[in-house]
Design a protein around this ligand. Structure first.
Ligand code: HEC
Ligand code: HEC
Length: 328
């Protein structure tokens, strides 16, 4: 254990072994980042390990649940010591593609993001030394460390890099929507969902923010917009959103456009988990969001939007559930 502490300052966090590229499924661009299989295996073990939380009760996977689209079905997630954040845990599927992490984009990379929850008092509540010694106390973790990095030393940088390497393998595309639009399979989408796609692009203009490119679709512009979500009865937006990062008044109440891939699996919706179903989300947009001084000008009531059109749009959103690629 002493050796670990002494080594920590000077230990390199370079993976040993040959990086294995990650295959991108239909509908997604090349995956940024590749790591050797041993690094991914270490990252996966860390992601599912409760040792990362101060009282040994929570893993990353407690709030990013694989069976729930790697998100949390609860509007906000209980952390250690009964703490609770005020935001809904986003899906980790396809996070490799995002140019910033968190609803307000405060982390630039997955590596930077990963230390956030371990040290967040309302999430895993640890200290950096606490995390390092908990991982180093487990001989199996030391073996995985040695396979990934060449020696058993445990550092926070090694932990976060390995978690990020694992997360980058979590890519998921090839949904009915992808097979229809990018794979040339005209039968992949129901007629309802095809009408929903047309509405998504044209009449409802959803695709202005949830973007579709010529040969792939991230379904997010990776920018920050205010929809008025989370408004309290007095008309205030309690969560400052992007404003907390930039200090710019127009960013108040703005959040990063989420991708809509696998959206049917990740209810509830929005940064605060306040909308329970895709139908509620569509109704919210038809109503034009919640009026406030920073409301994005693109959010306007959708007049003469019929019941059929609402359900077509929901059918389209349900066609975005994809398949995982077998990766290292
Ligand atoms: C107690 C629940 C909880 C735990 C435990 C937790 N997270 Fe999260 N995670 C969240 C919430 C809530 C957010 C959104 C917070 C925000 O935007 O401010 C989030 C955001 C993220 C994001 C950003 C995704 C995006 O699209 O912006 C990633 C990636 C992530 N978590 C990975 C992890 C990893 C890795 C761990 C373990 C080291 C972890 N989380 C542990 C609840 C949790
Ligand atoms: C001005 C840009 C913009 C437009 C236009 C837009 N969205 Fe969004 N969308 C966002 C942002 C930003 C959020 C997150 C807002 C928040 O939580 O405060 C979001 C959230 C969502 C969510 C919830 C995602 C999740 O993971 O919780 C769904 C579903 C959705 N939008 C569908 C649509 C549909 C359908 C349309 C068209 C009717 C649409 N959006 C139009 C920017 C936009």
């Amino acid at each position: 254990m002493l050796a670990v502490a002494v080594l920590a300052g000077c230990t390199k966090a370079d993976f040993v072994g040959k990086p294995e590229s990650i295959r991108a499924p239909l509908g997604l661009p090349a995956v940024p980042g590749a790591a050797p299989a041993a690094a991914v295996a270490l990252g996966k073990k860390l992601f599912f390990s409760p040792s990362l939380s101060v009282d040994g009760t929570l893993a990353c996977a407690s709030c990013h649940q694989p069976g729930q689209g790697f998100a949390d079905p609860r509007p906000n997630s209980p952390g250690v010591n009964g703490g609770r954040g005020n935001r809904n845990a986003p899906s980790v599927w396809n996070a490799a593609y995002w140019s910033s992490q968190f609803w307000d984009g405060r982390a630039a990379t997955l590596e930077q993001q990963a230390s956030g929850p371990m040290m967040n008092p309302v999430e895993m509540g640890h200290s950096s030394r606490g995390v390092v010694s908990a991982v180093a106390a487990d001989p199996e973790f030391r073996r995985f460390m040695a396979a990934a990095y060449g020696d058993e030393a445990v550092t926070l940088e090694r932990i976060t890099k390995a978690i990020a390497a694992y997360e980058k393998t979590l890519v998921r595309g090839n949904s009915p929507f992808d097979r229809y639009l990018f794979g040339g399979d005209r039968t992949a989408l129901s007629e309802e969902a095809q009408r929903g796609l047309a509405l998504f692009r044209n009449k409802a203009k959803c695709a202005v923010c949830h973007t579709i490119a010529a040969d792939h679709a991230l379904l997010t512009d990776q920018k920050f917009h205010n929809l008025g979500v989370g408004m309290d009865p007095a008309g205030n937006l309690p969560d400052p959103g992007r404003y907390a990062v930039t200090g710019r008044e127009p960013d108040r109440g703005a959040f990063r456009t989420p991708s809509l891939r696998n959206i049917a699996e990740t209810a509830p919706y929005m940064h605060d988990g306040s909308l329970k179903s895709l139908k509620e989300v569509v109704d919210f947009y038809v109503g034009g969001g919640n009026a406030n001084p920073q409301l994005d000008p693109l959010i306007q009531p959708l007049t003469s939007f019929t019941r059929q059109e609402r359900s077509d749009l929901v059918a389209f959103l349900e066609s975005l559930t994809g398949e995982a690629v077998a990766n290292p």
